[in-house]
Ligand binder design. Structure first.
Ligand code: C5P
Length: 319
């Protein structure tokens, strides 16, 4: 029965359409060891990833059948994000739909919390979150192991954004083994308004190593793994390593000063994050992280600074 003044239509439209909201983390490579370019166009990697508590949030909302995929973005640097099929979140929705046989009808909204094109897997986190959000919205019930396989088709870092925490990655970086860690680490990230293209950084690496980078192995990261198990930030800071750092510096020489300032401010370690240009500094405490961030800002060494902690959880539905 209708209430006075309320039509059935008004009551129907009052209910919001079903939606699923998922958060997925950005990452820092505690160690990134890169071998020589292979015939498949990729470099063999051994990397220790740590997820940090800077999250991308993806909301998947039901739309009318036949509407297809649409995408909106807000948050820091949102203007730099593509809003078409070149966006990994969009491709994740299409891939899951094709895999499960449902129609790819969904409105995606991304709230950025990770620097764009910064070497912290922000776009990969969008893809991971979109996979989980669409799976929940469409009630397709895809097991995690299958989601991880789909994630690897979308990009080398996407499986890690699903998994989160700390893990060793091999292959293209997509074959993951969780790593034991203790405690919480305090990070500062200095991001640049101008991102770096990952393929361009790998190409600079090929040039610097003249295609002759030696084979990579986890044995070089024994001290780092021990520091993680012990929860020892000083030892971790000393063990941070990035084979792509010189390549990133060759494209952005000014990052050398950002690293130098971090060291001068007492950072336990400082490296370029992944393919850059974001610089990651490991701090002793939250207060120390804020001090490094303040110094970077005061010296104009980073366009945006972020303080956070790691490890953080992987892609997870929040509502
Ligand atoms: O896997 P993803 O699409 O994220 O990689 C982007 C680009 O980064 C690749 O096209 C390739 O040029 C480079 N890459 C690489 N070796 C890897 C991962 C990425 O050369 N292990």
């Amino acid at each position: 029965m209708n209430h006075p003044g309320t039509t059935p239509f008004a009551r129907l439209t009052a209910a919001p359409p079903p939606s699923a909201r998922v958060r997925a983390p950005g990452k820092v490579n505690l160690s990134l060891r890169v071998g020589a370019l292979q015939d498949d166009g990729y470099h063999p990697l051994v990397s220790v990833f740590q997820a940090v508590a800077l999250f991308e949030e993806v909301t998947a909302t039901q739309v009318l059948p036949g509407s297809g995929v649409s995408l909106t973005v807000d948050g820091p640097q949102a203007a730099a994000v593509p809003l078409d099929i070149s966006n990994l979140a969009w491709r994740a929705a299409l891939l899951l739909a094709a895999h499960t046989g449902v129609e790819p009808d969904v409105a995606l909204h991304v709230r950025k919390g990770v620097p764009v094109a910064g070497g912290m897997a922000g776009g990969s986190a969008d893809a991971a979150a979109a996979l989980v959000a669409c799976d929940a919205l469409w009630e397709t019930g895809v097991p995690r192991s299958e989601l991880v396989e789909l994630a690897a088709q979308l990009g080398s870092d996407v499986p890690f954004c699903l998994l989160g925490h700390t893990a060793v990655g091999t292959g293209r970086g997509h074959l993951l083994t969780p790593a034991m860690t203790r405690g919480e680490f305090h990070w500062v990230f200095g991001a640049s308004d101008r991102g770096l293209s990952t393929p361009a950084v790998f190409a600079a690496f090929d040039e610097l190593t003249q295609g002759g980078a030696p084979p990579v192995g986890l044995e070089d990261d024994t001290a780092l793994m021990q520091a993680l198990r012990a929860g020892d930030p000083t030892a971790l800071g000393a063990a941070l390593h990035n084979d792509l750092q010189d390549a990133a510096l060759s494209l952005r020489p000014e990052l050398a000063r950002t690293l130098e300032i971090a060291h001068e401010t007492g950072a336990l370690g400082a490296i370029v994050s992944g393919s850059g240009p974001t610089v990651a500094a490991l701090a002793r405490s939250r207060q120390h992280a804020l001090a490094i961030a303040a110094t970077w800002t005061a010296e104009g060494a980073a366009d945006t600074v972020w303080t956070t902690t790691g490890p953080a959880h992987g892609a997870r539905q929040t509502s």
